[in-house]
Write a protein of this length. Structure first.
Length: 312
């Protein structure tokens, strides 16, 4: 079997013609690894992903090394990285000091990381749900004044391990405030993977009703309960055209123990190919990259497509 023959492409109505894959493997995928991955390996990972045709690669995060030791080499990585023309390398920035470091490294696209719930805001940001906006506002303002694009993540948008279900209207309120602050894209995060397709639709609908344009919405699904692809398809049917994914299905959340891997980029690409939705990535090259990274990490890739096409 070859990837050229399968899957059989069959388009269906109500779906976008093109999807932007927002690859988070090098940041969200690696941030929870216990053993520190050498910076040269991270750089090669990003270069291989660019070679595979991905054009949005979240490279790293300028968090304090005490919070996420795996990403302590952010500045070194960006210095080492072979930045390709036409490839976007956004970075996560938690606060003003993180923005300072990002600007010193010459980035032009950042992301901030907000919470949809009170408990996670306290545990992750040491702020209340309302206080978090005061932390982000000066960061977003300075970044926009410097000409940077700003994405906003909303974590726990589909469920919180401490609070349980999260009302879509609450997510929409957080999202609207972030967009009003100056963010240009809103990534809705199913941090612990509890969302289902109807829930995904409800959260997206609530955000749109709160004046967040659907073309500014991205989705970020974890596959804890095997729902990531189903939820993604539901989001596409609602008009979303940016999907976060991680090569090989790497990742989790260091602040939410029940969170498992992200939606695998290869699994997403297989579905998009089958639906005749363009995305620009080369599946064979992605599989080779994830097999290589799995070798670096010393364990097989959790991606089903990677396993099927690599014979693992």
């Amino acid at each position: 079997m070859t990837t050229r023959a399968l899957p059989m492409p069959v388009s269906t109505q109500g779906l976008p013609a093109h999807v932007t894959i927002y690859e988070v493997g090098a940041r969200d995928g690696l941030q929870n690894e216990k053993a520190v991955v050498p910076v040269a390996v991270k750089a090669e990972f990003l270069n291989r992903l660019a070679d595979a045709g991905l054009t949005t690669l979240e490279a790293t995060s300028f968090v304090h090394p005490r919070w996420v030791p795996q990403l302590a080499d952010a500045a070194e990585l960006l210095d080492l990285l072979e930045r390709r023309e036409g490839v976007d390398y956004p970075v996560l920035v938690p606060n003003d000091r993180g923005l300072d470091r990002a600007l010193e490294s010459g980035v032009d696209h950042i992301a901030v990381f907000a919470s949809a719930t009170e408990t996670f805001a306290n545990k992750n940001l040491n702020r209340s749900l309302d206080e978090q906006f005061g932390m982000f506002s000066p960061v977003v303002k300075r970044a926009r004044e410097a000409g940077l694009r700003v994405r906003a993540y909303v974590s726990m948008a589909f469920g919180d391990p401490w609070e349980g279900p999260v009302e879509p209207a609450q997510v929409a309120t957080v999202g609207r405030r972030l967009m009003e602050m100056g963010c240009s894209q809103l990534s809705l995060g199913d941090t612990i993977g509890t969302g289902t397709p109807g829930h995904a639709e409800a959260v997206i609908d609530a955000c749109v009703a709160a004046s967040v344009p659907v073309d500014a919405i991205a989705v970020h699904f974890h596959d804890t309960y095997g729902q990531a692809l189903a939820n993604t398809l539901a989001a596409l049917r609602r008009g979303v055209t940016t999907v976060d994914s991680s090569a090989g299905g790497l990742g989790g959340c260091p602040y939410a123990k029940s969170a498992t891997g992200n939606l695998a980029t290869e699994d997403l690409v297989w579905m998009l190919d089958g639906l005749e939705i363009s995305h620009g990535a080369n599946l064979d090259a992605l599989v080779r990259t994830s097999v290589w990274m799995a070798g670096q990490l010393g364990r097989p890739s959790p991606s089903r497509v990677v396993r099927a096409l690599s014979g693992d």
